[in-house]
Each structure stands twice: as C-alpha cells, then as structure tokens.
Ligand binder design. Sequence first.
Ligand SMILES: *[C@@H]1O[C@H](CO)[C@@H](O)[C@H](O)[C@H]1NC(C)=O
Ligand SMILES: *[C@@H]1O[C@H](CO)[C@@H](O)[C@H](O)[C@H]1NC(C)=O
Ligand SMILES: *[C@@H]1O[C@H](CO)[C@@H](O)[C@H](O)[C@H]1NC(C)=O
Length: 408
Amino acid sequence: MGVSSLSISSNLSSPYANPAIPIMARSLWVVLSLFLLLVVGCAGRPLHHHKKPLQTSRPYNIAHRGSNGEFPEETVGAYMRAIEEGADFIESDILASKDGVLICFHDLTLDATTDVADHKEFANRRRTYEVQQKNMTGWFTVDFTLEELKSLRVKQRFNFRDQQYNWKYSIITFEEFISIALDAPRTVGIYPEIKNPVFINQHVKWADGKKFEDRFVETLKNNGYKGSYLSKEWKKQPVFIQSFAPTSLIHISNFTDLPKILLIDDVTIPTQDTNQSYSEVTSDKYLGFIKNFVVGIGPWKDTIVPVKNNYLDEPTDLVAKSHAHELQVHPYTYRNENRYLHFNFHGDPHAEYDYWINKIRVDGLFTDFTGTLHEYQECRSRRWKDESAVSIVERIAELISSYRNDHN
Ligand SMILES: *[C@@H]1O[C@H](CO)[C@@H](O)[C@H](O)[C@H]1NC(C)=O
Ligand SMILES: *[C@@H]1O[C@H](CO)[C@@H](O)[C@H](O)[C@H]1NC(C)=O
Ligand SMILES: *[C@@H]1O[C@H](CO)[C@@H](O)[C@H](O)[C@H]1NC(C)=O
C-alpha cells in the first residue's frame, strides 16, 4: 500500500519538470494528483511516517476495555475515545466465536452487555456449562458464529454510567481492534488478554488442531507485531499480552518474545489452569520462576493495598518483591466514581493516581477513565517544570542574599 501510493505521486509530479506542458494543464495535474492521492490515501491505512512515539518515561495509561467509563466497553466508540484522550495502550479481552474467529468481549456470556435476550431467533441458544468448577447459564459467545454475533448490539454495563450510546455499536473482532490502534494518528499500543483459555479450548476447535493461544499469537504476528520489550520493532507496534493463566503464557513463550504480563486475582481465588492459589503465585519463589516468561504482573489493586472499611490498609510487599525481580506492576482497575474511590482520596481521582504512582510506584495503570489519568499525568509534569523554574529563582535569590550577608 505504502509503495504504490508513493510511486503514483512521483509519476504525477513529473509534469512539473516538463516546461512544454502549459500552465493550465499543469495546475490540472496538481488538482488531479491531489485527488488521486486522497483516493489512494483513503483506500488503505494512512501513512504515518513520523507518528509520535509511545511515551516510555512515565507509568503507562492503559485504557481498560477502551474508555468504558464513557462508552460501552470494547466497542469502536470506547477505543476511539481512549485514543483521543491520550491512552498509551488500548486494552481488550479476547474470546472466540463458534466458527473460531477471535473477538473482543469480556464475559463468556452475552447476557450482561448485549441485546441477545431480545433476539427470538436465539431463544433456544441458552446453555449451562461448567466454568472453573461452577455451573454458569446464559448465551455463550462460543455458541454463536461471527455473523450472528455481529447482528447483536452492545450496551453500557453499569446503569450509573452514560446510556446514550446503547445499541449503537456491535461486537468487534481482534483484527478490527488491531486496525483501530494501527490507524491512530500517533503510536498507540495494544494490551489484549488471552481470556478464559481453558474454556475456549474446550468449546472451540480449529481445523488445523491449533489452540486458542496459537491463533492469538498468529493474529499478532500477521499484523506485524514483533520484538521483545522496548526493542525497535516493539516500539513501532507496542503490545503486552496478558493472561490469568500461567500455562498459556509459558506455552506462547516458545514461539514469541513479545512481552507478557501475568494477571493476578484476589489471592483466595485459584488459577483456572494450574489450580494454584494466587497467594502462591505472588510468592517470591514463584515470581522468581515466572520472570523467565513475563515482563510484569497485573494484579488486582487490593492485592497490593488491601482495603478495610473503605480505607486503605497497609500495603503488602508485592510491588517491592516484583521490582526486586525486575518485574513491572500494572494494577487494575482505576475508576472515577465516588463509589470506587476510598475515603483516603476524598472523592478526588487525581489523589488516587498520585498515591499509586508516587507512593506505591506502579509502572502502569488499567483505568476506565483514560482522560482523567492523562490529565493528571500532564498536569503533574507541567507542575514539575514550574517547580524547577521556581527553585532556580529561589536558589539565585539565596545566592544573592548570602553574598549580601557575607559582605554586610
Ligand atoms: C453442573 O450441573 C450438572 C448437571 O446438572 C451436574 O452434573 C454438575 O455436577 C454440576 N457441576 C457443578 C460444578 O456444580
Ligand atoms: C516448547 O518447545 C519445545 C521444543 O519444541 C517442546 O519440547 C516444549 O514442550 C514446548 N513447551 C511448551 C510449554 O509448549
Ligand atoms: C484444586 O485445589 C484444591 C485445593 O488445593 C483442591 O481441593 C481441588 O480438588 C483442586 N481441584 C482440581 C480440579 O484439581
């Protein structure tokens, strides 16, 4: 795509060099070539030769399911908004359809965030399956083809959030999600999750005998994602692969060096694949083992700082232990609403970000409100600049006054 548009533009510019062509014809060429460039430019991915790079100097702003605080989660609207608001990474949960297409969707069932219940043609599609040792009933994504999934519309999960975008968006595929990031006007990373791999591999079979995890990595490779953390290739198309299932991350380590993040749930919950408790997974010994496969962990934030009566309790040593193993820490999930803000933050989401970034020293944050985190980080860096300017003035004043004192 890039090559053909470049060669067209250089052919079209040749009349400029030919003095035999009258002025009128030349200006016609200009109009025509601009028009052609526009058409060619629109037909494929726009060329951004000098995209603003990913910032790597401060903790990552990870847009949890897009800007799902404002738009229905995992939709084009939520992801476009997150990019507009300054996300470093857009985050998504990857599941599969019955016909093996990877899709962006959080729940195994469609019940909570789509209009599936209103579709009479799917009334007989409800099922009960065992999911992590519990029976679950609903309309499962794995019982619907992609075409059927595309006929559904998506809604906001929480009734206390903006409902105006309900039923305006449909479910998107992993490929479509990747396109949104690659088409962004600056470098925007992706942060896809290998979601419920045990369940997906039980219910979806791929013709070539490949597993869900294989298809997942293949999709990334086919779209040009490659390279280890902070390599030149990685910085061009940044990605973190995340999963709650350690065996999935270990499996894919065999064929990709893309950076991986092990998600960590409440310490009382067992992993879906290895039946270890997350308290075992957060032990020093286990972190020492898993660091051979991952660049960091993504813990539930209460695992780092437990909460008592809506106040923060003493932090655990999880961040210190992880950093000692050179593992990054990207906790989830930060939300603006008062119901999620502990009393310590007196209703101010910026105070919460200040605490987690400057006191707990995390390396990335999953947020439902990318715009708020971005605004906090921008203000903060401006304030640092102002403070250093003030301190220079103060130091000069001190020097002058000490000079005066010396000579009085
Ligand atoms: C789920 O339901 C089936 C059928 O009723 C039952 O045999 C099975 O034991 C149940 N599993 C769990 C984990 O409750
Ligand atoms: C990785 O590849 C090696 C060699 O092909 C194989 O023996 C091993 O089982 C693989 N490991 C995983 C976790 O898939
Ligand atoms: C998982 O571990 C628990 C506690 O260690 C044990 O009781 C249970 O039987 C295990 N489940 C499976 C499926 O291995």
